[in-house]
Write a protein that binds this ligand. Structure first.
Ligand SMILES: NC(=O)c1ccc[n+]([C@@H]2O[C@H](COP(=O)([O-])OP(=O)(O)OC[C@H]3O[C@@H](n4cnc5c(N)ncnc54)[C@H](OP(=O)(O)O)[C@@H]3O)[C@@H](O)[C@H]2O)c1
Length: 248
């Protein structure tokens, strides 16, 4: 399946999702600049990276619920974005989203799975932006992740049944806004996943905020998207394809 086909599938999925999630009887559906209807996106983690990514999607026209265990602390963020941004608890964001984006310290992943795996299994896409980092999360956590086959398969173990795609894992929060829609060569976003529809929706979401998604393989390849691994850091789409060729 070509990436073009996947993106087209994503558009159809987004049209269908927008229709079911947001249509009001008789009212025309709103559409984004790219011609797709907005999705409802639940952000689990609205810190530096989750706040920046969710802001890009909300400004693109999606309905985004940012979440925190202290949602009152998100007021400045959502007020600054406008009507497409909302604040809630983690539980509310998981319930809200057609798509849920998890952007938390990796140590929280297993607990999120215990609390929300059943709900997350019903989403068209769970985007995993989180990384296991020894200096922050500890050596034991990183050893456990490695024992599962790396960050992609470890996330799948923590969130059984979820249609997971890893994406945006190595693009720093401070660069996201400047990199989005940058002139010239776009910044490539390596993505790894096993579910074709989830990959298609993730690809559309990356393109809508001005990045070029590059499917690098199944979820097992998600281990190479962590900072410090071959696909960590920023690369052009062509560079990503070259690096991937060295990994097979
Ligand atoms: N920073 C970057 O440039 C960057 C780039 C790519 C990927 N990442 C990855 O993204 C993840 C987040 O990094 P960050 O820099 O954004 O961290 P951060 O600024 O410290 O934000 C962490 C977020 O996770 C939430 N959180 C923590 N524990 C939680 C739990 N048990 N349940 C629900 N939410 C929880 C926090 O919510 P509360 O308000 O409830 O505390 C907060 O919104 C990490 O895995 C990191 O490796 C970061």
């Amino acid at each position: 399946m070509t990436r073009h086909t996947l993106v087209e599938m994503g558009r159809r999925d987004m049209l269908r999702l927008g229709g079911t999630a947001l249509a009001v009887a008789g009212a025309p559906l709103p559409v984004l600049a790219q011609g797709t209807p907005p999705l409802k996106i639940g952000m689990v983690g609205a810190g530096r990276e989750g706040g920046a990514l969710g802001t890009l999607w909300a400004k693109a026209g999606h309905q985004v619920m940012f979440s925190s265990r202290h949602p009152e602390e998100l007021k400045t963020l959502v007020d600054g974005i406008g009507a497409t941004a909302h604040a809630g608890t983690v539980e509310q964001a998981v319930a809200f989203g057609d798509v849920v984006v998890i952007v938390v310290p990796y140590t929280a992943m297993q607990q999120i799975g215990k609390d929300y795996a059943a709900a997350l299994a019903g989403k068209v896409l769970v985007m995993d932006v989180s990384n296991p980092i020894a200096r922050r999360d500890g050596d034991d956590l990183v050893k456990w992740v490695d024992a599962q086959g790396g960050a992609g398969l470890a996330t799948a173990k923590s969130l059984p049944g979820a249609k997971i795609v890893r994406a945006f894992n190595a693009i720093g929060y401070s660069k996201l806004t400047a990199d989005a829609h940058r002139p010239g060569d776009p910044v490539g976003v390596p993505i790894a996943g096993d579910d074709a529809k989830a990959i298609a929706v993730a690809s559309s979401l990356a393109k809508e905020i001005g990045f070029e998604p590059v499917l690098v393989g199944g979820l097992a390849m998600g281990r190479y998207l962590v900072p410090g691994t071959p696909l960590g850091g920023e690369h052009t789409p062509a560079d990503i394809k070259q690096i991937v060729a060295t990994l097979h």
